[in-house]
Design a protein around this ligand. Structure first.
Ligand SMILES: CC(=O)N[C@H]1[C@@H](OP(=O)(O)OP(=O)(O)OC[C@H]2O[C@@H](n3ccc(=O)[nH]c3=O)[C@H](O)[C@@H]2O)O[C@H](CO)[C@@H](O)[C@@H]1O
Ligand SMILES: C=C(OP(=O)(O)O)C(=O)O
Length: 444
């Protein structure tokens, strides 16, 4: 696409310098809602989800389920969704729906349980590293699934009911853990997932599965034990709030020296983020309903941080945090240990005036799979540096949000393109920021 054609596509105009003030209610978690919709495919009863975020990934997941034959009622005003899948009418996932994000990988288990077959395309999603799905495939194979890869599709079959297995994940992958949990809930016998992930969104999914009748226990040492049951039933569940949205809006508040209350921000899901704020002398106040972020501190000191699996500092917070570190005093170091290629967006920050250097060496202590490889997975940021507005082309969801944050504290008006990345994972981010006083306009 030429620059001229691109400039006709929807974009945001963001003018920096306006302090954010007021209150926003957080949406439900993007990273939980899609998996819960998929989990509902395990039963022919109705499942109801409340506090759902209205965003692109949810709309795609709904379409996906409708292709299978689900009846879905989505109330966008009330943020509720009811889904009933009496029968699976089609077990093929089209590339147009399934190839756009990674969610269709999660449908293999439910489809195999309900009709013995599944055909899904290679997953899409953010290009932040190769993101293979080998843990998913190997785990499902251990449970008795026959899976072959052909012409861009995975062809999956379960000649007999899937059975329990002891599955040891090479790394605590979030979606592989969720995929195996969902599948094991209806498998014959006991499944043990070793080295499982335990993110809050996973615990929320387990809460929903338990309401449906699944027997899932978290053990010490990252083990999850699932006793498969014969059938699951309908349930109703209210989603936890989105901690990525919380972090982005909190950082926007600090960057603009504002004062914002985030209703439904949950301290227990944000502990490592809040600890990092304390280390940077940034103020916040927690109460029973949410968290107030107060951007009245002097310039905060530089820090070093490493992304890690939960309960560590989340990789999805790295990008907004990098923008914050461009405004901190001194040299900050970030070691990204989850994705090998998640710093590409920093070149745009450099164009805006940030001082950012990328390095292949592990600049941290967390044992990292990328040691002695050539991945640019460590980053040094020197600040503070004033930022100036520019044209920005969003490469992926969290990078996109960090561009908006950078534009909010830059001098002048930035044009931000590629906003479909934002809209797939944030509910009305522009509207929420505007309600807090930001100058952000969507040009359609
Ligand atoms: C929709 C959703 O919930 N997305 C989140 C989820 O992504 P997602 O679940 O895709 O991320 P994973 O936890 O699976 O990935 C972690 C690491 O494991 C590797 N890996 C994963 C699976 C596999 O089969 N083989 C393999 O090698 C990945 O390439 C990556 O290096 O967790 C990530 C890590 O917290 C977050 O950044 C994403 O926002
Ligand atoms: C990488 C992300 O999303 P996905 O896993 O859906 O690509 C994200 O939410 O930051």
């Amino acid at each position: 696409m030429s620059e001229k054609q691109a400039s006709l596509s929807p974009h945001y105009l963001v003018t920096g310098g306006q302090p954010l003030h007021g209150e926003v209610t957080l949406s439900g978690a993007k990273n939980a809602v899609t998996k819960m919709v998929i989990a509902s495919l395990l039963t022919s009863d109705t499942c109801t989800l409340r506090n759902i975020p209205i965003l692109g990934d949810l709309e795609l997941t709904v379409k996906l389920c409708q292709e299978f034959g689900s009846q879905v009622e989505l109330d966008r005003e009330k943020h509720t969704l009811s889904i009933k899948t009496t029968d699976i009418k089609d077990y093929h996932v089209s590339t147009t729906v399934g190839g756009l994000n990674r969610i269709c990988v999660m449908t293999i288990g439910p489809l195999l349980h309900r009709c013995g077959e599944a055909v899904i395309p290679m997953p899409g999603g953010d290009r932040i590293g190769p993101r293979p799905i080998n843990f998913h495939i190997q785990g499902l194979q251990q449970m008795g699934a026959h899976i072959i890869e052909k012409d861009g599709y995975y062809h999956c079959r379960a000649p007999e009911r899937l059975h329990g297995a002891t599955i040891s994940l090479p790394f605590p992958s979030v979606m592989a853990t969720e995929n195996l949990l969902i599948t094991a809930s209806l498998a014959k016998g006991v499944t043990i997932i070793e080295n499982a992930a335990n993110e809050p969104e996973i615990v929320d999914l387990v809460k929903m599965l338990q309401k449906m009748g699944a027997i899932i226990e978290f053990k010490v040492d990252r083990r999850i034990v699932i006793e498969g049951v014969e059938s699951l039933h309908g349930a109703s569940h209210t989603l936890l709030s989105d901690r990525n949205e919380a972090v982005s809006l909190a950082i926007a508040t600090y960057l603009t020296r504002g004062d914002v209350y985030l209703r439904h921000a949950q301290q227990d899901t944000l502990l490592s983020f809040l600890n990092t704020l304390l280390k940077m002398h940034l103020r916040f106040e927690v109460d029973d309903e949410g968290i107030r972020f107060i951007g009245d501190s002097n310039v905060s000191p530089a820090i070093s941080l490493e992304t890690d699996v939960h309960p560590g500092f989340m990789t999805d917070w790295q990008q907004p945090f990098t923008v914050l570190l461009t405004q901190s005093e001194g040299m900050s170091v970030i070691h990204e240990t989850i994705y090998e290629d998640r710093f590409g967006y920093t070149s745009a920050l450099t164009r805006m005036g940030a001082h950012v250097g990328l390095y292949p060496k592990c600049l941290g202590e967390v044992p990292c799979r990328f040691r002695e490889q050539q991945h640019m997975h460590s980053c040094v940021v020197s600040g503070p540096t004033p930022l100036v507005a520019t044209r920005l082309d969003i490469p992926d969801i969290r990078a996109g949000c960090s561009y908006i944050l950078a534009a909010l504290c830059a001098e002048g008006t930035s044009e931000v393109y590629g906003i479909e990345h934002i809209e797939r994972g944030y509910e009305h981010l522009d509207v929420k920021l505007r309600s807090l006083g930001a100058y952000i306009e969507k040009v359609s």
